[in-house]
Write a protein that binds this ligand. Structure first.
Ligand SMILES: Nc1ncnc2c1ncn2[C@@H]1O[C@H](COP(=O)(O)OP(=O)(O)OP(=O)(O)O)[C@@H](O)[C@H]1O
Ligand SMILES: O=P(O)(O)OC[C@H]1O[C@H](OP(=O)(O)OP(=O)(O)O)[C@H](O)[C@@H]1O
Ligand SMILES: [Mg+2]
Length: 282
């Protein structure tokens, strides 16, 4: 059976479980359960701390796993990123009190609190900066106020936690992260079973990033309309009962579909419908 690691709790667990369920895999019924055997799909799921996932996958104990790119990097375990999953996005930034001016070079000799020590150590080493790392488990933003650190290096999502604690980020992001499906790098290619799993997950993630647009198009503006909705290969254009009209169907990126619908409407397209794509294969 294919063995797959899934975050058991934390920022990534709910969305990861949602994708797997949408991909047709068995759900965990008890949040305390650390394994689920999906007999029908021949997959064993292991619910682990996301920080540990890359360790299991890189050792070959498990075939695939869902974790954060930043967590995988900090674990120092070698894994291959198969699918970026489109959720759990964050940056990883140095931050310090907003009432002073900070530069990364200014971290020399300072105390930096972080839950991602390897990520920070690697960045400082590459810059030739020597600093003292204070390894904390979480709630890192309060450490300066409590006097154990001069600066921090932490995950930034909305930036709200930094603001609430009077901190400002500085320097470039050490890691632009999102949730990723990873696999063991020992084999050059995934096994057949792993590939099927990857394709199913890819199908759901890809579906989430697009919507299906259907619309009725007057014949004389078809060229203009299909230029705006080229689809992946080519839009489907079908005849309608009224010979002056055509029915068009195409996948379009979810992010911009509302403004695209406005634009289609403005050129004279009618009955524009957008629907979710729950899953797909290419
Ligand atoms: N706003 C955010 N806060 C925390 N992690 C985030 C956020 N946005 C994205 N992530 C990503 O989630 C992963 C951290 O997952 P983790 O389970 O450690 O989250 P957590 O909610 O901090 O859990 P815990 O508090 O149990 O450590 C990282 O990959 C991180 O980049
Ligand atoms: O930029 P924001 O949207 O405010 O999110 C970033 C914060 O969220 C996470 O903390 P979490 O809530 O997971 O607590 P923790 O620090 O104890 O892990 C992260 O470690 C930051 O502190
Ligand atoms: Mg956390």
């Amino acid at each position: 059976m294919l063995r797959v690691a899934v975050p058991n709790k934390g920022a990534l667990s709910e969305a990861a479980a949602g994708i797997l369920s949408e991909a047709g895999y068995r759900k965990r019924s008890d949040p305390k359960d650390l394994t689920v055997i999906d007999v029908a799909n021949e997959v064993e799921f292991y619910f682990l701390r996301p920080r540990d996932v890359a360790i299991y996958v890189s050792s070959g104990t498990l075939d695939l796993g869902i974790t954060g790119r930043d967590l995988a990097a900090d674990s120092l375990s070698e894994v291959i990123e198969e699918v970026p999953l489109g959720f759990g996005s964050s940056t990883f930034r140095y931050a310090a009190p907003a009432d002073q001016v900070w530069t990364v070079d200014g971290l020399e000799g300072k105390r930096i609190a972080t839950s991602y020590p390897n990520l920070v150590r690697k960045d400082l080493a590459a810059r030739g900066i020597e600093a003292e790392l204070i390894r904390l488990d979480g709630a890192v933003e309060i450490s300066i106020q409590l006097g154990v650190a001069d600066a921090i290096a932490d995950v930034v999502g909305s930036g709200r936690t930094l603001r609430l604690h009077g901190l400002t980020a500085f320097g470039e992001s050490l890691c632009d992260s999102e949730a990723v499906l990873v696999r063991n790098p020992a084999r050059p290619e995934p096994t057949k079973a792993a590939l099927q799993f990857i394709k199913r997950v890819q199908g759901v993630v890809f579906g989430q990033q697009y919507v299906m647009i259907d619309y009725d198009c007057p014949k004389d503006i078809l060229d203009k309309a299909v230029e705006m909705t080229p689809g992946l290969e080519s839009p489907t254009v079908s005849p309608m009962l009224d010979p002056e009209w055509l029915a068009v169907r195409a996948m379009v990126p979810r992010k911009t579909h509302q403004s695209l619908m406005d634009d289609l409407s403005a050129i004279g397209v009618r009955a524009i419908l957008a629907s979710d794509i729950r899953s797909c294969r290419f």
